[in-house]
Design a protein around this ligand. Structure first.
Ligand SMILES: Cc1cc2nc3c(=O)[nH]c(=O)nc-3n(C[C@H](O)[C@H](O)[C@H](O)COP(=O)(O)OP(=O)(O)OC[C@H]3O[C@@H](n4cnc5c(N)ncnc54)[C@H](O)[C@@H]3O)c2cc1C
Ligand code: SF4
Ligand code: SF4
Ligand code: SF4
Length: 408
């Protein structure tokens, strides 16, 4: 009998690289290889495939998806300034994670790997390792079979699990888990997602930075708040930097500049380096997550009463499980009611895919054919948008004012 060809082999640009198909395949005949731009992509060994359809059944890029409903929309930030500074926005993820770990649970999130060359989802079982999965890494993270199976086994063993990632990763993990995803022990958090940049561009950028400095990278912080939350910096720490500076790469000793001046960040924010699926994202507000977290950009005008120093999160509780998890944190956070109408103006990526950079095809072709970073920087300047410039300036003004007032 003729076996049917898995539909995932026909997805093309719609595939988001979540890896659920590979983790689900009973014959282990799907390998996640990297495409020409370094994005994880499934490759099916048709000689081994039995045509069972398991991969298609878990793929978040296929079929209709029910919409997520926000039961509650809040602004929120950790009361602990240190926790906020160690996070990208208001530090809510860290608090959710600590709650799960304190119960003997497991956290699965994105961490730097291989000398900051790659980002992968890892399992964390100890509070002392939590820092590795904190803060946004603007590179597509690979969610391997180990992460999928680790989450499933922890749940089967009766442990609580917190899984966090982009909406497509949450959708992939939820489909893989099936009924287990609805069990009380599983909590999923998606981040408001602008899109994920090319792992190959990051690899080349990291190598370029190392050659420029003459030392190996030891830590990267793409959301250093040393220059403020609105005007955050991309910071790089090297082998010769002091040990204490390395973990978060946020001190003055690190090689650091405001996001609007860092070429890698500019390519990301100009939508030049993103995965093709991100321009037609099918899972925004339909990944089934319990909680959605993002930066509350624009809070200065939507909630002028809130002190946003150190960062504030936009927090959406999508399910009653999500509501209960946030309820448990409430003594550790400052929060207030908000609404989608207040979140959306500063964060359209919550519901709408971004529009590709007009020369994206050319940019990615140059990357794929091996052009060096120097050459690409000379060709593609990436002027930040007006909104990004205003945000970075606002952050700087606030910082200087604080300094002045402190001196007075
Ligand atoms: C690629 C990407 C794009 C984003 N785009 C936006 C946006 O357009 N607007 C917005 O408001 N917020 C965006 N965010 C989310 C935002 O930057 C914060 O991650 C979020 O507000 C949570 O912050 P926190 O302070 O609660 O915790 P943090 O400690 O900052 O939490 C970090 C969480 O993000 C996860 N994470 C980090 N890097 C990755 C990655 N590469 N892939 C998958 N998961 C990752 C970690 O597992 C962890 O759970 C984006 C995040 C990422 C990773
Ligand atoms: S159809 Fe079944 S055996 Fe074939 S690749 Fe998909 S999951 Fe694997
Ligand atoms: S979207 Fe995910 S599950 Fe679907 S083919 Fe791509 S990697 Fe596999
Ligand atoms: S924009 Fe959509 S497809 Fe792209 S990484 Fe984010 S959730 Fe996935």
């Amino acid at each position: 009998m003729l076996k049917s060809l898995p539909k995932i082999t026909l997805l093309g640009d719609a595939c988001c690289g979540c890896g659920a198909c590979a983790a689900r395949c009973p014959k282990s005949c799907i390998g996640m290889i990297t495409d020409g731009c370094g994005f994880p992509t499934p490759m099916v060994n048709l000689d081994v495939c039995i045509g069972c359809g398991g991969c298609d059944s878990v793929c978040p890029a296929m079929g209709e998806r029910p919409k997520d409903g926000a039961q509650s929309v809040l602004w929120a930030k950790s009361r602990d300034r240190g926790e906020r500074l160690a996070s990208s926005s208001g530090g809510v993820f860290g608090l959710l994670a600590l709650d799960v770990l304190a119960d003997g649970g497991v956290v699965c999130g994105a961490a730097w790997d291989e000398g900051c060359r790659h980002v992968r989802h890892v399992l964390v079982e100890d509070g002392s390792d939590l820092d590795s999965v904190m803060r946004s890494k603007y590179v597509q993270s690979s969610v391997g079979r180990k992460a999928y199976e680790g989450v499933r086994e922890a749940l089967r063993g009766g442990r609580r699990v917190l899984f966090s990632g982009t909406a497509c990763q949450v959708a992939g993990m939820r489909s893989y888990l099936g009924k287990l995803a609805d069990s009380d022990g599983f909590l999923s958090v998606d981040v408001i997602c602008h899109g994920v940049p090319s792992p190959l561009l990051w690899e080349k950028w990291a190598a370029y930075k190392e050659v420029g400095v003459g030392a190996a990278l030891r830590a990267v912080n793409m959301r250093s708040k040393a220059t403020g939350w609105l005007s955050y910096s991309a910071s790089y720490a090297y082998a010769h930097d002091a040990e204490k500076d390395v973990a978060r790469a946020s001190s003055a000793a690190a090689d650091s500049c405001i996001f609007v001046d860092d070429w890698y960040m500019k390519a990301f924010l100009a939508n030049a380096s993103l995965r093709p699926s991100c321009f037609a994202c099918r899972v925004k507000r339909s990944c089934g997550s319990d909680v959605t977290l993002g930066d509350f950009w624009g809070i200065q005008s939507s909630h002028p009463e809130v002190d946003y120093e150190g960062g504030v999160s936009a927090l959406l509780c999508n399910t009653s499980k999500g509501l209960a998890a946030i309820e448990r944190l409430k003594s550790g956070i400052e929060w207030g009611e908000s609404s989608l109408e207040k979140v959306l103006p500063g964060n359209p990526s919550l519901v709408r895919p971004v529009v590709p950079y007009e020369r994206r095809g050319e940019f990615m072709a140059d990357l794929e054919c091996g052009r060096g970073i120097d050459e690409m920087m000379a060709v593609y300047g990436f002027e930040p948008s007006l909104a990004q410039r205003v945000r970075s300036k606002l952050g700087g003004v606030k910082r200087r004012l604080k300094k002045l007032l402190g001196k007075a």
